[in-house]
Design a protein around this ligand. Structure first.
Ligand code: MG
Length: 408
């Protein structure tokens, strides 16, 4: 009498990251091991973005994350670590990061994939030639698209297309979007930063994923294409292929449909665990770096001693200058109009140098509801000293609108 073979989940993965053709450094970070895959895209002047992305990824990688709840807690912890670091170090003030994670949850009899997302990095699934975006962007333009106010073409050129409505580290609390999926043999997941999706459309991405090349080669090809298309941002791609093996059989293919299927198990020692699971960042030079079987995947710039000394002097001067300008540019809040809505933005009206105001809070109040006087006033922007004052201004405006509507 034969014993049915055990079905075992096996994942193969590979990643690539590149600073692109415009940016001076790479503020993306990624992490991969046998059960956790993360991409983060940092934001913030000076070194803030790089610090935020790396801090968040490290925190999640070190935490327990064998269930959805544990992974959620790990992301909440990452949010606290980034937020508190930003408060303690003025030069990092305002830093934040996206974070998108795919993990194997072992809490049930059968392993599941869990996906958690904050921000506009994305996870896609490629199955049977079809590409599907699984995560939803937490960005201002995505919100406008969901409300049917703009289409994809308008979103691609929208002046606020980089504005996030949710990110790790910006506020004391964070909310995650979550999905749970069953492992299906042949599925190919792609985690990526917006540096890829702003340069390539879905059909170009699907074409590469369908080639069924090795995950590292695929990731490298996609990042290379992002650079060929302009490379205006850092781009990062992490590919995860799902295999279900029959243990005790030489046949590594998934069972046919209709065949009796035993539960899928996760091997105690996954076959493609990194050789060294120690938490040492791997050092990668600044160009395309496809990495497989490694835990830490960060871009680092290697500098010589001579250039280091000159750079240090320039850096100290620049930090002082940038910190002062940045502090002023980000100080205060203003109420203004974006895409026909009244919003609260952090920073000076119109921005200062490369410091753009960031969306703090958007409201349901639309410009069509405003009087001509309010519309003129808010179109120019109304500077406030702090968030409370801006919120009080909006509350007052809302009250006036309700009173005007009800005739009180
Ligand atoms: Mg980016």
């Amino acid at each position: 009498m034969s014993v049915p073979p055990t079905r075992r989940l096996r994942l193969a993965w590979g990643g690539a990251t590149d600073q692109g053709r415009i940016r001076a450094n790479n503020q993306d970070a990624m992490y991969a091991d046998s059960g956790l895959f993360v991409v983060a895209d940092g934001m913030g002047g000076h070194q803030g973005g790089e610090v935020a992305a790396n801090l968040a990824v490290r925190t999640v990688a070190k935490a327990d994350r064998e269930s959805l709840a544990q992974l959620r807690d790990a992301i909440i912890e990452a949010n606290q670590v980034v937020h508190e670091t930003a408060i303690k170090q003025p030069e990092l003030h305002g830093m934040g990061t996206t974070l998108t994670a795919l993990a194997v949850s072992k809490e049930a009899e059968n392993p599941k994939f869990v996906i958690l997302n904050v921000g506009d990095s994305r996870i896609y699934r490629h199955r049977d030639g079809q590409l599907e975006q699984l995560t939803e962007d937490h960005s201002y333009v995505a919100e406008l698209m969901r409300r049917g106010e703009i289409d994809e073409q308008a979103a691609a050129v929208h002046p606020y297309r980089n504005m996030l409505t949710r990110a790790i580290g910006v506020h004391a609390d964070v909310e995650t979007d979550e999905w749970v999926l069953d492992p299906v043999a042949g599925d190919r997941f792609m985690l990526c930063s917006d540096g890829l999706t702003n340069e390539l459309d879905d059909s170009e991405i699907a074409e590469q994923l369908a080639l069924e090349q090795d995950p590292s080669a695929t990731a490298k090809a996609l990042v290379g294409l992002a650079n060929d298309h302009g490379g205006r941002d850092n781009s990062t791609v992490l590919i995860v292929d799902v295999h279900i093996e029959l243990v005790g059989s030489t046949d590594a293919d998934p069972p046919e449909d209709g065949e009796p299927q035993s539960p899928i198990v996760v091997p105690p020692d996954a076959p493609n665990l990194p050789d060294d699971a120690a938490e040492e960042p791997s050092v990668e030079q600044g160009h395309s770096s496809a990495v497989k079987h490694r835990s830490w995947l960060y871009d680092r710039v290697r500098i010589t001693l001579g250039t280091a000394i000159i750079s240090l002097v320039l850096l100290v001067t620049s930090i002082a200058m940038v910190t002062t300008i940045g502090w002023y540019a980000r100080s205060g809040y203003h109420v203004s109009v974006v895409a026909n809505h009244v919003v609260i933005q952090k920073g000076r009206i119109g921005g200062l140098l490369w410091f753009e105001p960031t969306l703090q809070q958007w409201t349901e109040i639309q410009t069509v509801q405003l009087t001509g006087q309010d519309l003129r006033r808010l179109s120019d922007g109304e500077q406030m000293s702090d968030l409370a004052e801006a919120q009080a201004f909006v509350a007052n405006l809302r009250t006036r609108l309700v009173e005007a509507e009800t005739g009180n």
